[in-house]
Design a protein around this ligand. Structure first.
Ligand code: RAM
Length: 548
């Protein structure tokens, strides 16, 4: 119910955003826009294509001890599958052994008699065993049913090769015979999956005596990132296949400690800038096809994270030209954010927001302390960026403003007695409020460490609902010198996914609820989701914590 309400509010904001756009007359990026889009196009990476084949036949089996109640078990050798009769067994599932993203084709042939009529099959492409076991309909999810990867194909004759027009992301394919003539039998004679990614191998490797579970978390994280690195950083190759700023931030961090494809980060920064709103504000996400275009939605936390990505990109690549080009975009995001601060430097919840705040997928999570912390953090990052570009004079008010914001946070959001930050009317204690305040350096690392520990030890505290939320908690723990706790949390959370069979990390994961979905259907969740890849960043960046 709450999720539906959130989706309704989100849709209203998109609608509101749409109306606003049509009212816009001037374009602040008129001079630069085409040039930025050209640079984005020039930085488009070539896709590396590889042909993949299934490795075995499996069955989906109901098992209450398995994640989401389903597991797969081996049901035969793959050589047995090719040329085996669909008349005798009208459903077969092939397993590719790992997650792939790309173009799928399948050749069907006759067994015995020649074909005298069309044949109809249903193909279901699954990232998870539950997608093989549970029917997709009736569908009650909040997002389009068409994201679910099932296709009905009709062969006019056999042999016949079917290529699914849309790109797919899966590990398993279920092939079901729906209709055929009784005169002849059919089989599959070949399967080809043209898997794509713009990267192949990580440039870094782990210390040989790294804990095996951490090695496994790193491997699954690398695979997640690789699958999401196509011609943009996608959020998920199954859904939404879009470039979202929040996902871009975490993917770029992980990329810097693995594949090191800086061109992709550059492309995404230019694309977002080239497709920003005429007012200068960034859209939260863009799609690449048929031609790059922005979705009419603004998320203030993501707008500000753009500045952080730009700063990180400059530090990683040394590409000053791009950072200088895109500096005006960073300034505009600052200006938008500042409109929401009151005289004391506190984010004003009474103002009607023109955007959405992401932060996490978690019901009842109060975002006030988090947006205050994120704004402070992003303002500071923008100031550091300005310093690297020699542009401090353009934002000379920032250091004073940042101090004012920290003061307001201490006055209105910090509960001295409990030693934690609280958020909203009910003074909610959440992991994320502490994390964002720690990242903003509002209190000393010692005080922030205490706030984080107090929240984590409180069973009533609101814990994150997604890997995206957990990322910031781990980052904050490391920043406050709590490396050991960060390691334990990664093992508990990402290690939990590995133990439950993850080939790639998931969009949403609640260790206490296998079927959690922000979209009212766990089947529509994405199970290879960019924002969950960041153990790669932590493990490789902090070997003393994670590789000992
Ligand atoms: C969903 C996706 C995406 C995220 C947005 C806010 O559509 O999970 O990764 O950035 O929400």
């Amino acid at each position: 119910m709450k999720n539906r309400l959130l989706i309704a509010i989100f849709s209203m904001l998109i609608f509101w955003g749409n109306n606003n756009i049509s009212a816009q007359v001037t374009d602040v990026y008129k001079q630069q826009r085409q040039q930025w889009l050209k640079k984005a196009a020039e930085a488009k990476p070539p896709l590396i294509k590889q042909i993949k084949k299934p490795i075995s036949l499996v069955k989906a089996v109901k098992d209450s001890s398995a994640y989401q109640g389903w597991k797969t078990v081996k049901a035969g050798d793959i050589n047995q599958f090719y040329r085996s009769s669909f008349k005798q067994n009208n459903v077969m599932i092939v397993d590719f052994g790992e997650h792939f993203t790309g173009t799928f084709s399948c050749t069907f042939d006759t067994l015995g008699n020649i074909s005298d009529a069309p044949v109809r099959f249903k193909l279901t492409f699954a990232e998870m065993p539950a997608e093989l076991g549970e029917p997709f309909d009736p569908y009650h999810g909040g997002l389009s049913r068409a994201w679910l990867q099932d296709e009905i194909v009709t062969l006019p004759y056999a042999p016949y090769t079917v290529t699914i027009p849309r790109r797919l992301a899966f590990r398993y394919v279920k092939i079901e015979l729906l209709a055929a003539s009784s005169y002849f039998d059919v089989c599959v004679s070949d399967i080809n999956m043209e898997a794509t990614s713009c990267v192949q191998e990580s440039k870094l490797s782990l210390a040989p005596d790294t804990d095996p579970l951490i090695k496994e978390i790193n491997r699954v994280g690398l695979s997640t990132l690789k699958e999401c690195m196509q011609t943009v950083y996608e959020d998920g190759p199954k859904r939404d296949m879009r470039l979202w700023i929040g996902d871009l931030y975490l993917e770029a961090l992980a990329n810097a400690y693995s594949y090191q494809n800086n061109a992709l980060t550059k492309r995404c920064l230019y694309l977002l800038a080239g497709l920003a709103k005429p007012s200068g504000i960034l859209s939260s996400n863009i799609s690449e096809v048929p031609t790059p275009r922005a979705q009419n939605s603004v998320t203030l936390d993501y707008c500000l994270l753009y500045n952080v990505v730009l700063h990180e990109y400059l530090k990683t690549s040394g590409d000053k030209e791009t950072a200088e080009d895109l500096w005006p975009v960073a300034v505009n995001q600052l200006l938008l954010a500042q409109e929401y601060l009151n005289n004391e430097g506190l984010y004003d919840t009474a103002k009607q927001p023109q955007y959405w705040l992401v932060f996490d997928w978690k019901d009842n999570f109060d975002r006030h302390a988090s947006i205050q912390g994120l704004m402070t953090f992003a303002f500071n990052e923008t100031y550091q960026l300005a310093k690297l570009l020699g542009k401090e004079s353009e934002v000379k008010e920032l250091p004073r403003l940042i101090n004012k914001m920290k003061k307001a946070s201490r006055k209105y959001l910090y509960d001295k007695k409990q030693g934690v930050f609280v958020s909203g009317q009910d003074k909610q204690i959440s992991y994320l409020s502490q994390a964002w305040m720690a990242l903003s350096e509002t209190l000393s690392p010692k005080e922030c460490a205490k706030a984080l520990q107090t929240a984590i030890q409180n069973p009533e505290a609101c814990y994150p609902g997604s890997p995206y939320g957990y990322h910031y908690v781990i980052e904050a723990l490391i920043k406050c010198g709590l490396g050991e706790t960060a390691r334990d949390m990664m093992i508990y959370y990402w290690g939990g996914m590995v133990k439950k069979g993850a080939d790639t990390f998931w969009e949403v994961y609640d260790p206490n609820d296998d079927c959690r979905s922000p979209y009212n259907s766990h089947l529509i969740n994405s199970y290879c989701h960019a924002w969950s890849c960041t153990p790669v960043y932590f493990i490789n960046k902090y070997p003393d914590i994670f590789q000992k």
